[in-house]
Design a protein. Sequence first.
Length: 258
Amino acid sequence: MLLIPWANRIAYGRYEFFNSVYRLPLNELSIDPPLINALHGFMDGKKMTITDTQATAHYGLLQLSYTFNHPLPGYPFHFELSIDYILSESGFAMDFHVTNNMESTPMPFYMGWHPYFCCVPNEAYVVLDPCTSWNHVELDANMDPTGETTRYYGLNGSDPIGGTLLNPTFYDDEFKPITPRKPRCDFILTGLYDEPTNQSVVLWQDSSFRFVHVFTGRQGAIAMEPMSGMADAYNNHDHLSVLSGGETWSGSVGVYVE
């Protein structure tokens, strides 16, 4: 019989919002390492509606929307999601708009984008934006934030993101920009420089996205993920957005090639 260590301990992810307790079904259950989490939001597998298309000599736009009005265990909130996908001469961009469709009920919300970028990890470099200093989000054994952050000086172009073939390194880490060194730092830029292909890709995110997550757990690619709130923001509340009835949250991210 396979004994699952979390089976008798927990069967859901838990958070509180305005003195009510909510429980989300787990979708990451592993024994080695022993992880139990509810991850990646509610839009996976949802069929979206095309609400606009545009095409000119300089750009193309596709707008998709989704009305989230059916209850889920642990998230009984209704919202409207609209995403503009824009491909232009300057790169690829995504504009997000989320509206609380409930007249009088507040809604907790944060979001992220999970793109992968092809590269040779042990020869590629990830560089966090020097526009700001950075903190590293400390995690516990379950990969949940502990509530502590520490000053971080790595990912500055001095070492490959994946280490070496003999001494590989693994990242599943989140970083938060702090104290801008310039008068204005409206956009955070995270660079990926792949020496074998001589390609440079820059991920940009506006001020609505306050975190960058770096993940190296896939062969031949890494993920650089903009996040509007810290992982587990429903519990730690670090940049968790609370939308009043009818209120809209907006944010933008994108990628360009140098």
